[in-house]
Design a protein around this ligand. Structure first.
Ligand SMILES: Cc1cc2nc3c(=O)[nH]c(=O)nc-3n(C[C@H](O)[C@H](O)[C@H](O)COP(=O)(O)OP(=O)(O)OC[C@H]3O[C@@H](n4cnc5c(N)ncnc54)[C@H](O)[C@@H]3O)c2cc1C
Length: 543
């Protein structure tokens, strides 16, 4: 089993590479979210000696908190950004081919309540198909009222004329991130979680390296690199200020939250897209891992944080808007989890309060010191962003041009999907190894409700660089996002098993549990007046 040998105690192997590399790296990527992983993937595809460091876990930031869509972007079409839709449609097609275990072809329906909307969306979605060309995931079509009601049994019936059905991609963001890190390593790169860039090293005002800190033991490393890339999402300005303390602000931060509900609120295989909410946004209701995700919002925020918190008004907005379209109105007590993410949007030229009009396309900048920075972007276009960055670096630095091969790299685990009824489908070819062990340890389901087996915990620790309880419960499995209270219920069992595998003591278990419970309580709906927490559908409980 090749992958098992490579990933046995993988982080130790990766740290060893850091210690052994006395010479200069070609490329140092700061940040292990979608952007950094896309850049490192492209760099390694061109044969560059590549190091990626992430201060927390892979995809701890925005990249585990998306709406889970690999999409051309119907909304961007409405904004007239045809170039972005075309680019995203191509990337969507490539990702369906290179990571079929993670990206599913998801049918969406836009319910239509007026003749004007019927023609607007039917023609608009035909244009969407046409822009994607051969990479379209299926033709859009207008469907009758009856067909719409059959497809979306929970939908509001009053005034319904029919719907427009179209196809887009849906994925597991954090699992794609970890599979990308694995791919980068398998192709000869080095990717490390829990390693932070503490400072930049310069020689005659030109950047030439960085001081790295292993967050687990505070050990420092000094590394040299020919190109250093700031791919830190909403934190890009922190790195730019490390380079130049008087650097101008380059990004705006916009928060988007999601509310997760039981699938009974929308028991359909289809996803619902509401193209224009009361304040002109788009709202999605998407089935995901047997639950329903509702989102998102677009709220400008002043501060960037790794754990942003949903605002009361955002939760109200989502429940009220969804309630207008679902026969059974969801209430606060129905919320299984709430998660918030921050969009790193390239700041517009003139100051503006509205972030929904700022382009989602990416932008590359180069500081006078030679520090490269990627601003903005989307998960869907992560690979193209990487290719663009490496093209830019080669041109700017006068390096001999090398061909990008990232478009044809199969992502770790790539295998045809068995369908969503298989709870391990998202593991792709790794599922067979996990199932082999599961057969020998039947009855070890840690969470039957979320289909989490003890062997998944072992797999996460031994093969997927999971270091903390949160890594396993939030990003290797998606328990925290799917059902925060259930994730708290299973936390101790998972922590004890992890401690056994990682050879940690009782104190580690207690610290992990305390940290995790504090974190997970933010994902539960909490009554701001009383401080009480709603647990599952049982009403108010103290957890
Ligand atoms: C609510 C919401 C919904 C979205 N939905 C979609 C969607 O459905 N489809 C889609 O295509 N896109 C979507 N997006 C956009 C997409 O999620 C983001 O564009 C993408 O995840 C940003 O990735 P990133 O790597 O730039 O940032 P991040 O994921 O935040 O990664 C940056 C990383 O840098 C690390 N870092 C910071 N400082 C340091 C340091 N000093 N040393 C080392 N590491 C450091 C951070 O810890 C962080 O992990 C959505 C965004 C939001 C907010």
């Amino acid at each position: 089993m090749k992958s098992s040998l490579i990933f046995k105690t993988a982080r130790e192997n990766q740290l060893q590479q850091l210690e052994d590399t006395l010479l200069t790296w070609d490329v140092l990527v700061i940040g292990g979210g979608a952007t950094g992983l896309g850049i490192a993937l492209d760099a390694i595809s061109r044969g560059y000696k590549t190091l990626l460091v992430e201060q927390s876990d892979f995809a701890k930031g925005t990249s585990s908190r998306s709406t889970k869509l690999i999409h051309g972007g119907v909304r961007y079409l409405a904004q007239g950004d045809v170039r972005l839709v075309r680019e995203a449609s191509i990337e969507r097609g490539l990702l369906c081919r290179n990571a079929p275990h993670l990206v599913k072809n998801q049918p969406f329906i836009i319910p239509v309540y007026s003749i004007w909307d019927k023609y607007k969306y039917t023609i608009g979605l035909k244009l969407y198909d046409w822009i994607a060309g051969k990479l379209s995931l299926g033709s859009s079509v207008f469907i009758s009222r009856q067909q719409t009601l059959e497809a979306l049994p929970g939908i509001k019936q009053d005034g319904l004329l029919g719907g427009v059905r179209y196809q887009d991609g849906q994925f597991d963001d954090a699992r794609l991130a970890i599979n990308l890190a694995q791919t980068i390593i398998e192709k000869g790169g080095t990717a490390l979680n829990y390693v932070r860039v503490r400072d930049l090293i310069k020689d005659q005002n030109k950047i030439k390296g960085a001081i790295l800190q292993d967050v687990e033991n505070d050990k420092l490393y000094e590394v040299n690199a020919r190109a250093i890339i700031n791919a830190t999402g909403v934190f890009v300005d922190d790195i730019l200020r490390m380079d130049n303390p008087s650097a101008q602000k380059t990004i705006c931060v916009s928060q988007g939250i999601h509310v997760v509900l039981d699938k009974k609120f929308f028991p359909a295989q289809y996803a619902l897209m509401i193209p224009k909410t009361s304040d002109g946004r788009v709202l999605f209701a998407v089935p995901w891992h047997n639950k329903l995700i509702l989102g998102t919002t677009d709220t400008p925020v002043a501060e960037a944080s790794l754990e942003p918190k949903a605002m009361e008004e955002e939760i109200d907005f989502i429940l009220e808007t969804a309630g207008e379209f679902l026969t059974v109105k969801p209430e606060r007590k129905d919320i299984l989890s709430i998660f918030a993410g921050l969009r790193p949007l390239a700041a517009p030229k003139k100051d503006s309060d509205t972030t929904k009009e700022i382009s989602r396309s990416h932008k590359i900048t180069t500081s006078p010191s030679g520090l490269f920075t990627m601003l903005g972007g989307k998960w869907t276009t992560f690979r193209k962003m990487g290719e663009d960055m490496m093209d830019h670096i080669e041109k700017y630095s006068g390096w001999k041009r090398r061909k990008s091969r990232s478009a044809s790299i199969k992502i770790h685990g790539a295998a045809p999907s068995n369908g969503i009824s298989d709870p391990l489908d998202y593991y792709g070819s790794d599922a067979a190894f996990i199932k082999q062990h599961m057969n020998g340890s039947s009855g070890q389901w840690i969470s039957p409700a979320l289909h989490i087996h003890k062997e998944q915990v072992r797999w996460a620790v031994e093969h997927e660089m999971a270091r903390t309880l949160e890594d396993v419960l939030s990003r290797r499995t998606r328990a925290l996002l799917l059902d925060a209270a259930e994730s708290i219920r299973i936390a101790e069992t998972v922590a004890r098993y992890m401690a056994e595998l990682l050879k940690k003591d009782e104190l580690w278990i207690l610290q992990q549990l305390e940290k995790y419970k504090n974190l997970a309580s933010q994902y539960l709906y909490q009554n701001k007046q009383t401080g009480a927490v709603y647990e599952l559908n049982k009403g108010l409980n103290a957890i």
